[in-house]
Design a protein around this ligand. Sequence first.
Ligand code: B12
Length: 351
Amino acid sequence: MRASFSRGDLETWSYDDAYAAAASDAATLFEGAQRIVCVAVPYRTRDAAARGPLRGRVSNYAWSQDYHHTLRAMLAELAAMMDDFAGASVARVACDTAPLGERAAAARAGLGWIGKHTGLIAPGAGSYVFLGEIVTSLALPVDNALRKTCGSCTRCVTGCPTGALRGDYTIDATRCIADLTQRTDPIPRALRPLIGDWVWGCDICQVVCPPNFRTTASVSEAFEPNDEGAASPDLVALLHLRSGEYKRRYRATAMGWRGAAVLRRNAAIALGNLADRSAVPALVTSLGVDPHPMVRGAAAWALGRIASRAAIEALQSAAGLERDTSVRDEIGLALAEASGTPPAAAPLEHL
Ligand code: B12
């Protein structure tokens, strides 16, 4: 974990040595901790993709109610049984709630092996499993780690569009589409075209992973998709998502913690990547009226990618009206790229 942090792999997260130390010591979660009982819960469901033009893609883990709540409720039941058995408070639950190397713990508990995509792969269930833990002061018998690896398979490494996976079981998370779609600052320009139509998370490294070809279905109704379009939201509707609708539709899902502007920004990037001219009017509206500069900037980028006459005219007129310097920069770059002239000196970060 420390090596990964010092390489900058998790730079978009505020992880440091202190986090790594806490995440490797269950006693920081529960004084007197002796063991971690690890749980892997299969969540893969039927595909919930609706058909139609201008649709984005959401990762399977976010189609349903937020898994953190579901897992915590499951774990709490188990922890209560342990407390009853011991006649004392001997268990504390965790699921992505406190510093804890959940994959490392699960691998050591023998639940599966860590794949080259860095996900824990559980035999039979694959990597579509959520991890949860019960930290306990009971000195339960210890399981052994599996002796299994991905061998020579590199499908996730070659399948990852952004080159985030190195093939040595490490990831540069700053390039991972799951990370990019969660960023609250502008997504680096060079990576935007590689995101394709993903608007939240990404499953490519799991879809191409052979142990996932035949896997156990989800074990709980709670992981069922919220609606038929949960996997493929309408991009124009998402581009215009306001905070009321965001709260109603997404707050209780795993997409509900970064705010509506992040989803609008992601919709603009996806529309730019689909490069369908029918999206121009919606993007022009966004460029003109979206209250968030990051979203207006992404709309400008998308219009530059589409580069139709209407898109270029809208960029030109917005250039004279826009007051935010970051958006003006985006408009300038979009116009330069649309006309095939690379900008002389890029005012924005270029990866
Ligand atoms: C930050 C984070 C992210 C970041 C960074 C991911 C990453 N690979 O580090 C981003 C936003 C990119 C992300 C994406 C996703 N995430 Co996430 N994420 C986390 C979080 C909060 C922390 C992970 C972390 O500490 N990373 C730092 C690295 C260094 O540690 P690590 O990956 O946990 O473990 C490594 C080391 O411990 C080391 N290691 C230690 N011991 C050993 C032993 C052996 C033998 C080996 C080889 C290695 C090894 O290698 C491990 C693998 O890299 C965890 C929850 C948690 N608290 O653990 C969820 C978690 C890892 N995420 C999860 C999920 C579901 C996802 C996504 C599938 C969601 C999606 N579809 O978009 C993707 C998968 C992307 C990918 N290929 O990793 C699940 C993973 C379940 C699983 N089967 O492994 C977790 C455990 C949440 C949960 N409770 O279920 N995530």
